[in-house]
Design a protein around this ligand. Sequence first.
Ligand code: PMP
Length: 428
Amino acid sequence: TERNREGYAPLYNPFEQFFSRYVYRRVRHCFNLPVTSTPAAELSLKERATDDYNWTFRFTGKENRCINLGSYNYLGFAEPEGECADAAEAASRKYGLALASSRAELGTCEVHRELEETTASFLGVESAIVFGMGFATNSMGVPGLIAEGSLVLSDENNHASLILGLRLARATVRVFRHNDVAHLEKLARHAIAEGKWKRIIIVVEGVYSMEGSIVPLQAMVALKKRYGLYLYLDEAHSVGALGPRGRGVTDYARVDPKDVDILMGTFTKSFGAAGGYIAGTKQLINSVKARGHGHSYAHSMSPPVAAQVLTAMRAIASPKGAARVARLRENTHYFRERLRKLGVITYGHEDSPVVPMLVYTFSKMAATVERLQSRRVATVGVGFPATPLNKARIRFCLSAAHTREQLDECLEAIEAVVDELGLRYSRR
Ligand code: PMP
């Protein structure tokens, strides 16, 4: 049953629990259904779209302004002003918005090369390649890297872009329980005993955006070394946001990045931009270029986007950027601690800036999002198939750009809604 440090959730039914998890694991990896969002979340997005834009939606007295507690702007680089925005503007004047060509044709310019070199050295590996879209980095990159005849051991919570890539790769996929290294080892041993797989590849994420959990990377790396497996790590939510130097989950877990065979990440979260990367050895990147569709058949990354990412990445490597990473961690700890005191059930690791709060049912999810919005806090509700059937939740995302006052305002609103809807599932 769900427990937090102080108590327990009364919503426990072993049959429902088993059925929900089973359906979740099988159905998601078989059909890759789209994620459900609440009607209230859609409404709030429409309303927000009419507002003049400022990421944190600071209070200005305007009717429809909210504090944004639901976007992945972990380090605050998505703000429309500052050095990143200036670099993007300068690049758009120099190169335009598009090069009207794929990377393999005439779509490569100086800023792409610089970004790829910087990404490789930022991550501590030999080489990197960037793409215009994070989702497509997985969905087009995976089929280029994982051939038919390979076996993939995939975490049950892997993102839809990975699942789509695996389906396109026509690899055989076996799903292991979330972050469960013992289950993974059992599947790996069984697969090795079968003796028919060209390669066995573990596919995991750094931080899971629906659970707020962090991959046990040291254990995964030890396991892959012990059995001669390969490791594909999606760092969409961890690069920039985790680790003392913001280099992601390898930095956080003190794992040599070279021990991860394929490092993947996106620029849509901590870098406040668009696109993604694959990084590793030169040989790996050459094969992505040769066999992945993204290099030859898709338009290259927009130069202003590349300039924004490059500036953000350099900033993270500077003392000022390190202060942002530290601020994100402080905000995360503060917010999680206050929620814990409130007596609600949250998931995830205490260092994860994604903080899911369990509300269990769809109706409570919709009501919570709506009521928080009426108190000027914008959040996202998520349910099946992004989560098990009976585990709907509100997903809060912290940012280094949130001030303490903003977080206090959000927490006040959350407390009021928690009381109204009876969301305190544990004893105080
Ligand atoms: N991988 C993971 C783990 C994600 O969470 C996401 C999207 N949130 C993506 C890939 C796709 O990235 P993007 O949104 O940058 O297209």
